[in-house]
Design a protein around this ligand. Structure first.
Ligand code: RFL
Ligand code: PHB
Length: 396
């Protein structure tokens, strides 16, 4: 087992795999330690919408071929409010930008394959990962694999291990600056091999609660409905899901909705979270390890990609030009972009969901806000600009 590398990456989600692939291409040695098996990682159904910056970075990593072939280009996105259907032309308001619908599972699969082809090392089922001496110039990671304890010495550690990972927890409590907002509901998602109900995604606000019509391909749909945070998956079944979805989407869409067996059904809680300590000593936090957004707005995976973009370019500058002076820029650049995406996701969530604690006044104000944004050129431009994604910042 390899016991020394330049960058130790914790977690083989999209952040870890994408960073690993980019570093390998740049000739920077790295090892990924992942707690789960590869199949388990691929079994998680998550994001579906990629911004241009994410698409470009995946291409740069060498794992973009299938995405370019199979990804669906979306030049618009739709909304509905109490059954009335509206379209926002993304290209028109953003000088021709669009998003690509291509599932996180597929991105992960492509990155895993690319890593295998380039001979990158990923240690799956690495248990009890622990970070040591991160404040020193000689950090190291220990882990158990197949019952044996291993030590991996490195120059830097990239914490790509998600919200519940070990990396963020390795920073002393008194050094952590955290911000959090938990919403009183979750999203119940259902995936089915049925044709999507609409050409574009549809974000639906309704008095019964929010719903989203999304997709993975011309033959695979992904739908979500807002459910109270007290609901369990056992409280739901396919039939109940389809009935509820039909009541929240525009009636003409409900009529043409094709239902079918669920391939997957799960509930995701909604939360906004930012850890402003994204770098501590030799440890960098990337993606969900540093921040969580509610999925309204499809920013989670894209934020992870923009962290990877900054970290990768920083490591290249460090190893090629000894620019360790740029290390503090990592957190500055990432946080500026993170907070803007956190704000947008929070705003979309507040605009489109039903808050049962809200009074009659709040509901009317929410309706007026939607009405204003969807009928104003400036309003639609604001939505479009944020939805296609703010630019990835250069390092210097
Ligand atoms: P990930 O994908 O969570 O990957 C982290 C990896 O680290 C591993 N790990 C460890 N490995 C070693 N040692 C430890 N101690 C470890 N602890 C954890 C985990 O097994 C895992 O493989 O984080 P990453 O790479 O930063 O990627 C971020 C994205 O996955 C995330 O932002 C999005 O999926 C968020 N998200 C969504 N985003 C969207 O844009 N649209 C969506 O529809 C959407 N749906 C979702 C989501 C996130 C969800 N979570 C986190 C529960 C739905 C769900 C259910
Ligand atoms: C998805 O297809 O899973 C998806 C799309 C857009 C979102 C959230 C999730 O905002």
């Amino acid at each position: 087992m390899k016991n020394k590398t330049q960058v130790a990456i914790i977690g083989a989600g999209p952040s870890g795999l994408l960073l690993g692939q980019l570093l390998t291409k740049a000739g920077i040695d790295n090892v990924i330690l992942e707690r789960q098996t590869g199949e388990y990682v691929l079994g998680r159904i998550r994001a579906g919408v990629l911004e241009q910056g994410t698409v470009n970075l995946i291409r740069e990593s060498g794992a973009g071929e299938r995405m370019d072939k199979e990804g669906l280009i979306h030049i618009g996105t739709d909304f509905s409010f109490q059954g009335e259907h509206f379209h926002v032309d993304l290209e028109k308001y953003t000088d021709g930008k669009h998003v690509v619908v291509y599932g996180q599972t597929e991105v992960t699969r492509d990155l895993m394959q690319a890593r295998e082809q380039t001979g990158g090392i990923t240690i799956y089922q690495a248990q009890k990962v622990e970070l040591h001496d991160i404040e020193s110039d000689t950090p190291y990671v220990t882990y158990e694999h197949q019952g044996e304890l291993h030590r991996l010495d490195c120059d830097y550690i990239a914490g790509c291990d998600g919200f519940h990972g070990v990396s963020r927890k390795s920073i002393p409590d008194n050094q952590l600056e955290e911000y959090e907002k938990v919403y009183p509901f979750g999203w119940l998602g259902l995936m089915s091999d049925t044709p999507p109900v609409n050409e574009e995604l549809v974000y639906c606000a309704h008095e019964r609660g929010f719903a989203l019509c999304s997709m993975r391909s011309p033959t695979r749909s992904r739908y979500y409905i807002q459910v109270p945070d007290t609901d369990k998956i056992e409280d739901w079944n396919e039939e109940k899901f389809w009935d509820e979805l039909k009541q929240r989407i525009p009636p003409e869409m409900a009529e043409r909705l094709v239902t079918g067996p669920a391939i997957e059904m799960s509930i995701a809680p909604l939360r906004s979270y930012v850890c402003e300590t994204m770098q501590y000593g030799r440890l960098f936090l990337l993606g969900d390890a540093a921040h969580i957004v509610p999925p309204t707005g499809a920013k989670g995976l894209n934020l992870a990609a923009s962290d990877v973009d900054t970290a990768y370019r920083l490591f290249v500058k460090i190893y090629q030009d000894q620019r360790t002076d740029l290390i503090p820029r990592y957190q500055e650049i990432c946080l500026a972009r993170t907070w803007k995406a956190v704000r947008f996701s929070w705003w979309m969530t507040m605009l489109l969901h039903r808050f049962h604690s809200a009074g009659r006044f709040d509901f009317r104000a929410q309706q007026a806000e939607f009405d204003y944004f969807i009928h104003s050129e400036a309003g639609k431009a604001t939505i479009a600009e944020n939805y296609v994604g703010l630019p990835f910042e250069a390092l210097e």
